[in-house]
Design a protein around this ligand. Structure first.
Ligand SMILES: Cc1ncc(C[n+]2csc(CCOP(=O)(O)OP(=O)(O)O)c2C)c(N)n1
Ligand SMILES: [Mg+2]
Length: 889
């Protein structure tokens, strides 16, 4: 089957023909695999001789698995087809009905319509459930395919008709179904939130890596469980989708399978109108070291490909761009004959035996169970690298002229009766025309062959998927010993809160009961936080161990990588670290293991960098501790505008199950972490924590009696005034700024003000508690009103209230509403600067002098202090009243 139409400069036609004939002979005699090896050998020899070969990361535009290597289909094709058809119908009916009842409620038909075969082959043959006997596969479903997953669960008897009727109606009577996969909303069903596109892929990669980590550390028995990640081709544009694929290859994650549903369309139109998304992705994944399997053509195309003696068909396929393929999908068979096949008489010859109708129906690979099964089986059997399956499908498959392959198909939610009838015919749904008008859900009898088959298949695979189970046995208690040192304080010795945290972490790691559950995660920042001792103590996780002698081998703190290393040193990727955090923080459910992640990062690169992953962690019911290191706009000296974080605490507010604290002292940190482990791992609450830790060293006091409750609630009186003065004030501060308030307490005595100092450990907790009380009071007008905790603390406290932090003024501002007096807020709104702490605190007006002046100013506004005293203080303290406003400079 030589193709002699191409010329090669420098060689004559006869010579080329000889070579091609030899190649054909080898293929005939030894088959495709052996020929591949021979060509590899020839390539090696040519490269050795210095021949420059053109680089190509692509293979031709056809299926990776040759027809000869497909195994016989192991299932009952007919029953599976019937099942898939009724699931298709119920998925469609769910969306159509929901939008009839409530116009605009939304939902997606076309994503699942294109992916149904991919999922059904998976459900019938591959996705293994987790049981006592086996860790099952972890499947990340494409968010917009949700109706199909519900429709299957309905067929499995796990969801009722009522559920389906309440699709996207979670707040009405009876059980509802969430629009997309949300473990927060359906904690017995969904495991992984995927609908914010790109997050599923990156979470899946780190999940697969975390499974290895658990196995290598002896926390999970080794298994061949897989992580399956289903995603859209448009979704691959998100940086998170492809941003971590090299890690998966580097770590040889052959427990990871990506399935990209290549329907060539996204929401607005084609993904690569002028190119080929499948070829583009193949090059990207192969280049990264993945095993890429293309599933482009269904069996209907096999005869034409087999007869393509001159390679014309392959060439035609390779030169056709996706926008044009999409056009063929919506056009008639006659159009395709003319425009695709008709470009060459020999090509046209290949399809003379097919009618226009048959031409139109030529099935693509992603809609052919045999091809999909072959790809899945090859992916499961593949070792040494992760696999990506690029499956060619049609968006809105089966919706006919109403939606198949159209640019509007993503938004398609309603079908008229003709369209419903066409769908019914195409998939053989036994509903009469009369019935059709209602778009009823349809299930055959429970003892019908297809329903029996469905249950048998799932039983053989261990049970139902997806299913979320709180598998872990709670811890019985939190060990006390690791915290003791932090409660005691450091005397005169100055340490930073970060250092205090690292000590605590190190002690937790040594604890005999929970030490092996601690998962320290750091994005190439361990030295910044003084954590390098952990490298030696518990090692850096590396599946391959350490295959080199580290340069600092002889030192006490050498860089030690080990197969059972405990630290996840993620490199410079906050997104990847966060994905690891989610895998570790949800292992209590996915694997029944109470791993406790501590992810420490540059606080500036947390919420504003990976906020959406933090939101996904919240949805996932993730547990663990996020630690914003080098925190505080004025506490991180020198680093300037892009490093100094004054906003993360405000950005943490919206996350409902996140508890955010800005502690100042080691004992506060200890109380919060100890109680956090208790609430999450003993009580089983679906919470996680955000703690900021700074790098300013100072003496850590011993914990005062009675402080614990206040620390957890967010506020306690740290240092009442011991002086007697005519005027009074309450100074509130958090984090490193607390010490400025303590200094201001002394300064204020000079101006006849006796001030109490309060430590605010959590602005957010005070805010939430205030609103919770307001709400309860609103709804219970006849009951004695509840008093917010901040009111209980400060409601009767005498004098003005001044509050300062290293974060935005909005944090203390919000407390005024629960006090009789307006809280005067000092904070660090504005862009950071490179300078010393003292200079920064002056610039942002949060140092002891500004707290003093703000207090006197508030007293002056109340008329208890003459304005002259404020002016006097401004002068005494060397403050320039005309200095620039930091908020806008
Ligand atoms: C981060 C993010 N951006 C935008 C969207 C909105 N959105 C939902 S589906 C979609 C198109 C999806 O196209 P593709 O990934 O190809 O999936 P298909 O439905 O074609 O399988 C978009 C833009 C989203 N869900 N998440
Ligand atoms: Mg798509």
């Amino acid at each position: 089957m030589s193709d002699t139409t191409r010329e090669v400069p420098g060689l004559d036609g006869g010579e080329i023909r000889d070579w091609l004939d030899s190649l054909d002979a080898v293929i005939d005699r030894h088959g495709l695999t052996a020929t591949g090896r021979l060509l590899q050998e020839l390539t090696r020899r040519a490269e050795h001789a210095g021949v420059q070969l053109p680089f190509t990361a692509n293979t031709p535009y056809r299926n990776t698995i040759p027809r000869e290597e497909e195994l016989a289909y192991p299932g009952d094709r007919d029953l599976e087809h019937r099942l898939k058809s009724l699931i298709r119908w119920n998925a469609l009916a769910m969306v159509v009905r929901a939008n009839r009842t409530e116009d605009g409620i939304g939902g997606h038909i076309s994503t699942y319509a294109s992916a149904a075969t991919l999922y059904e082959v998976g459900f019938n043959h591959f996705f293994r459930a987790t049981t006592d006997a086996q860790p099952g596969d972890l499947v990340y479903f494409q968010g917009h395919a949700t109706p199909g997953i519900y429709a299957r669960a309905y067929a499995e008897g796990r969801l009722t008709r009522k559920h389906l009727e309440n699709f996207r109606r979670e707040l009405g009577q009876g059980p509802g179904l969430s629009s997309y996969p949300h473990p927060w909303l359906m904690p017995d069903f969904w495991e992984f939130p995927t609908v914010s596109m790109g997050l599923g892929p990156i979470m899946g990669i780190y999940q697969a890596r975390f499974q290895r980590y658990l196995e290598d550390r002896g926390l999970l028995p080794p298994s061949d469980a897989k992580v399956w990640v289903f995603l859209g081709d448009g979704e691959t544009d998100e940086p998170e989708s492809l941003g971590a694929i090299t890690l998966a290859a580097r770590e040889h994650l052959d427990n990871l399978i990506f399935v990209v549903n290549c329907n060539l369309q996204r929401l607005d139109g084609p993904v690569r109108g002028n190119g080929q998304i499948i070829q583009e992705l193949e090059a990207v994944f192969r280049g990264a070291g993945w095993n890429a399997i293309k599933v482009i053509w269904g069996r209907d195309w096999d005869p034409m490909l087999a007869n393509d003696a001159e390679g014309l068909l392959i060439r035609r396929m390779s030169e056709t761009v996706d926008g044009q393929y999409q056009k063929y999908a919506v056009e008639s068979g006659a159009y395709m004959r003319e425009h695709f096949w008709g470009t060459h008489p020999t090509l046209l010859e290949l399809v003379t035996h097919l009618t226009d109708n048959e031409l139109k129906k030529l099935r693509l690979g992603g809609h052919d169970p045999a091809k999909v099964h072959a790809a899945f089986a090859a992916a499961v059997a593949h070792t040494g690298s992760p696999t990506v399956i690029l499956a060619r499908t049609i968006k809105g498959y089966g919706l006919g002229e109403s939606g198949e392959g159209r640019n509007i198909t993503h938004q398609q939610k309603k079908l008229n009766e003709d369209e419903l009838r066409a769908f019914r015919e195409r998939f053989g749904i036994p509903l009469s025309d009369d019935q059709l008008a209602e778009v009823p859900f349809y299930l055959p009898d429970s003892d019908s062959p297809e329903m029996v088959y469905l249950r048998e298949r799932r039983a053989a695979l261990g049970g139902f998927v997806p299913r979320r189970v709180a598998r872990a046995t709670p811890l019985t208690q939190v060990p006390a010993e690791p915290f003791v040192e932090l409660y005691a304080g450091t005397g005169d010795r100055e340490i930073s809160l970060t250092m205090a945290f690292v000590r605590l972490l190190s002690r937790l790691l040594r604890d005999k009961d929970i030490g092996n559950l601690i998962v320290p995660i750091v994005p190439d920042e361990a030295r910044t936080f003084g954590m390098e001792a952990l490298f030696r103590q518990v090692g850096i996780y590396a599946h391959a161990g350490q295959q080199y002698e580290p340069v600092d081998h002889a030192t006490l703190l050498s860089y030690r990588e080990a197969k059972d290393g405990q630290v996840l040193e993620e490199g410079i990727t906050e997104a990847g670290s966060m994905a690891s955090f989610i895998a570790a923080g949800t292992a209590h459910a996915t694997r029944g293991i109470n791993t406790i992640p501590f992810f420490i990062f540059y606080s500036m690169f947390g919420f504003q960098r990976v906020g959406d992953l933090i939101w996904a962690a919240a949805d996932s019911r993730c547990r663990g501790f996020l630690l914003g290191g080098t925190a505080g706009r004025t506490t991180l000296a020198g680093e300037g505008l892009q490093h100094q974080d004054g906003q993360s605490h405000l950005l943490a507010y919206p996350v409902p199950n996140l508890l955010a604290y800005d502690p100042a002292f080691a004992y506060e940190l200890a109380v919060i972490i100890e109680d956090g482990i208790r609430r999450m791992y003993v009580e089983g609450e679906s919470l996680f924590y955000y703690l900021t830790v700074e790098n300013q060293p100072y003496a850590m006091p011993e914990m005062p009696d009675g402080a614990r409750g206040g620390i957890l609630k967010g506020l306690y009186r740290l240092k009442p005034s011991r002086a007697t003065r005519p005027h009074r004030a309450q100074l509130l501060a958090s984090g490193a700024i607390l010490r400025e308030a303590l200094a201001a307490q002394t300064l204020l005595e000079r101006y006849d003000v006796a001030a109490d100092v309060w430590s605010v450990t959590s602005w957010a907790q005070l805010y939430r508690d205030g609103h919770a009380c307001d709400r309860w009071n609103m709804l219970h007008p006849l009951e004695p009103p509840r008093q917010p905790y901040v009111t209980q603390c400060l409601g009767r406290a005498p004098g003005v209230v001044v509050a300062a932090s290293d974060y935005l003024k909005a944090l203390p501002d919000s407390l005024s509403q629960w006090l009789d007096t307006r809280v005067v807020a000092l904070g660090t709104d504005g862009f950071g600067r490179s300078d010393t702490r003292a200079a920064l605190r002056e610039f942002f007006e949060v140092d002891a002098r500004f707290i003093t002046v703000a207090t006197l100013g508030a007293l002056a506004r109340q008329g208890v202090v003459p304005p002259g005293v404020v002016a006097q203080a401004i002068g005494d303290l060397g403050i320039d009243p005309d200095k620039p406003d930091p908020t806008v400079s």
